[in-house]
Design a binder for this molecule. Structure first.
Ligand SMILES: NC(=O)c1ccc[n+]([C@@H]2O[C@H](COP(=O)([O-])OP(=O)(O)OC[C@H]3O[C@@H](n4cnc5c(N)ncnc54)[C@H](O)[C@@H]3O)[C@@H](O)[C@H]2O)c1
Length: 340
């Protein structure tokens, strides 16, 4: 797909979406980007503070609001990239309502709007979690053909969204491509998520909560590598196809906590095991062979370089962390972890 001039990004004030908007502005110097985001608790205008390009237009709006989406989505939009979602598993366990509304209903609204406006391609940013959990063996991997077995309300809502995307492609011939990625880390991740939670707690010499026995395995990828994969799928992926995205970087949660403390020079005694998450998936591990062989994508960061960049960003942006950790986030934090 070439000659991309108008891109519509949803959820571009969040962690991954804001990194993707930066990448788009860099990679496509002639393109205009509309960034459509409701600014929920996870959407942070601070994430866009350093973008001064006139080619970037921020529109505050809800993807479930058909009228607002249609009003912001110009005829002649080449691609719609959908990041907007409720994205935190723990929150979906407390209440699934918003997950169904945004992740399911909102995706259908976007698919319909994309068809109505003649959008050339729809990119759905999905997650490996739709495929459930793998056994704790290092020869088991998620491929694009793995069955859907979502285990949390979050992953179930993302799986439902993927089904709607598939149906829009099959029935209405909308050009849809989907990415399924593992755990992202990097700058500007809301500190309810595992890695920034550990970083911000460790900076403040507070304990680091690790669920259960810490043996759960996640497949970690630096956020910019994920964004480059989405970019490659957007420009070169085959219509109707799903691409798994992973950096072949599986780590146990306890090992991740130890790496963070070591990188900060903090004692491992800060680790505190807390009651496990209900239905906690044991292991995620992605086989990224398809995107590697078909599109030539490779991650640029190793775990060590990506973690070093992340630590540096959080160290240099203590004010971002302080603002993000205040207010609504604090209430949520107390409810989730008590006073660890
Ligand atoms: N974080 C990860 O590790 C990861 C891994 C794989 C896939 N994903 C997917 O990537 C996408 C982005 O994840 P993230 O970690 O950046 O999430 P995030 O929670 O940081 O950001 C989500 C953004 O969506 C916006 N949003 C939420 N509801 C909206 C609505 N109804 N209308 C418009 N905007 C709305 C929020 O304001 C926020 O800016 C999600 O779809 C998520 O499922 C995330």
């Amino acid at each position: 797909m070439d000659d991309l001039k108008n891109i519509f990004v949803t959820g571009g004030a969040g962690f991954i979406g804001s990194a993707f908007v930066r990448l788009l502005l860099e990679e496509l110097p002639d393109a205009r980007v509309v960034n459509f985001d409701a600014l929920t608790y996870a959407g942070n205008p601070d994430n866009l503070k350093d973008i001064h390009e006139e080619r970037h237009r921020f529109v505050r709006g809800d993807i479930c609001d058909k009228g607002a989406v249609l009003a912001a989505l110009d005829e002649g939009t080449d691609v719609l990239v959908n990041f907007a979602a409720e994205s935190h598993v723990d929150r979906s366990i407390h209440s699934a309502d918003e997950f169904i509304r945004t992740n399911v209903l909102g995706t259908q609204v976007l698919l319909d709007a994309a068809r109505a406006r003649g959008v050339r391609r729809f990119v759905q940013v999905s997650t490996d979690e739709v495929m459930g959990s793998l056994p704790d063996r290092d020869d088991a991997y998620f491929t694009e053909d793995s069955p859907f077995e979502p285990n949390s309300p979050y992953s179930a809502s993302k799986a439902a969204a993927e089904h709607l995307c598939r149906a829009a492609h099959h029935t209405h011939k909308l050009d849809v491509v989907t990415t399924r990625c593992g755990n992202n880390y990097g700058p500007r991740q809301f500190p309810e998520k595992f890695l920034p939670l550990m970083l911000s707690n460790a900076f403040a010499d507070q304990s680091i909560p690790v669920y259960g026995d810490g043996r759960n395995v996640r497949d970690w990828i630096y956020v910019e590598d994920h964004c480059r994969a989405i970019y490659d799928v957007m420009t070169e992926g085959r219509a109707g196809h799903v691409y798994n995205v992973g950096a072949r970087n599986e780590r146990r949660n306890l090992e991740v906590a130890e790496s963070v403390l070591d990188a900060l020079g903090k004692p491992r005694t800060l680790i505190k095991f807390v009651k496990d998450r209900p239905g906690h998936d044991q292991r995620y591990a992605i086989d990224p062979s398809k995107i590697e062989t078909e599109l030539g994508w490779r991650p640029r960061e190793t775990w060590e370089t990506g973690l070093a960049k992340t630590v540096r960003w959080y160290r240099e942006n203590a004010d971002w962390v302080a603002r993000t950790r205040s207010g609504a986030y604090r209430d949520y934090y107390a409810k989730q972890y008590g006073t660890v």
